[in-house]
Design a protein around this ligand. Structure first.
Ligand SMILES: NC(=O)c1ccc[n+]([C@@H]2O[C@H](COP(=O)([O-])OP(=O)(O)OC[C@H]3O[C@@H](n4cnc5c(N)ncnc54)[C@H](OP(=O)(O)O)[C@@H]3O)[C@@H](O)[C@H]2O)c1
Length: 285
């Protein structure tokens, strides 16, 4: 059987993009250009690339992801998080090919205390969150059968340094760490996110989805478990967000309800703690 042809934007260097490339390695024919290989803003060049390479699916993980820096660089954040999805959607709808686009839990203000569903009205507190929301809105204002928008959160995984790596590296050098305990989210393994994204594609579904591992945690709990699985000892001092000021406001609560994903695929994402154990054992020993 001929392999499906995909273009993974961000697949050469990004956290999610590389996890997708890894998971698609066997059954897909996926091209992963770097930022110097293709001008993602040039619709004509993209269209030619799609035609020449017979691309049927574009996974867009390219984004402006520096949450604090975005507060000072709104133009750059909007260019990548709003303009790029609109360019991609134009190209994809013209050729009637799939666009799978990633977004974030930071589109919510965190004022709820039960998981956010895809029906909840987003309202972001940060430039980054607002720019991602603008991108989503452009895509979802013109729904198509071949458009999937996936909100995910709190990612850890191989191929690019992330929160879990940083904590384990610090725990090797320090006796104690101050970690924020008053933000609650959905830690998510990029390899699982990639697998679950492909399940949505296999179902030929469309629309907005929330996609994370099951369960919830504070940064403190995530750090504690990562250190424990790494076989290290390091005392964790819980601190408040106010004691760790950051330029951009983060939602105090941003757990995502993935029941729509479960309804469509008939499966439930596995618990984050199980995925964290697999990640630490496989990639951190
Ligand atoms: N990481 C998280 O915890 C998290 C949480 C929730 C949602 N998300 C969402 O998930 C998606 C993927 O995030 P990620 O963590 O994988 O991001 P990432 O690791 O920062 O990767 C972003 C990718 O975009 C590329 N890129 C940036 N600027 C570019 C430009 N001007 N031209 C071409 N390529 C450019 C980067 O290439 P270079 O390496 O060359 O810069 C990199 O490959 C994003 O939509 C993000 O909003 C992430």
């Amino acid at each position: 059987m001929e392999k499906r042809k995909a273009l993974i934007l961000g697949g050469k260097t990004g956290l999610v993009g590389q996890a997708l490339a890894h998971e698609m390695n066997k059954d897909w024919d996926a091209i992963c250009p770097g930022r110097n290989d293709i001008d993602v803003f040039n619709a004509a060049q993209l269209d030619e690339f799609i035609r020449d390479n017979k691309i049927e699916f574009i996974f867009n993980t390219v984004a402006y992801t520096q949450v604090d820096q975005a507060e000072d660089e709104q133009e750059s954040a909007l260019k990548l998080n709003k303009k790029l999805p609109s360019v991609l959607e134009k190209v994809c709808s013209l050729r009637n090919i799939y666009l799978i686009h990633y977004s974030t839990d930071f589109v919510f203000d965190g004022k709820k205390n039960t998981p956010y569903t895809t029906q909840d009205v987003p309202c972001s507190q940060s430039v980054y969150g607002r720019s991602k929301l603008e991108g989503e809105k452009i895509l979802l204002s013109n729904p198509r059968d071949k458009l999937i928008v996936i909100r995910t959160a709190w990612l850890f995984g191989p191929f690019k340094t992330n929160f879990v790596d940083k904590i384990i590296s610090l725990a090797r050098r320090k006796d104690n760490l101050d970690i924020v305990h008053d933000q609650v989210g959905s830690p998510t393994y990029t390899i699982d996110l990639a697998k679950y994204s492909l399940k949505l594609v296999d179902r030929e579904t469309s629309g907005l989805f929330h996609l994370t591992n099951s369960g919830q945690a504070t940064w403190c709990e995530l750090a504690f478990e990562a250190i424990r699985y790494a076989g290290l000892y390091c005392k964790i001092n819980p601190i408040t967000s106010a004691e760790y000021p950051q330029k951009a406001a983060r939602p105090a609560y941003s757990v995502l309800d993935c029941s729509k994903y479960s309804m469509v695929t008939g499966s439930i994402p596995r618990p984050w703690i199980q995925s964290l154990r697999e990640y630490v054992y496989n990639y951190q020993q």
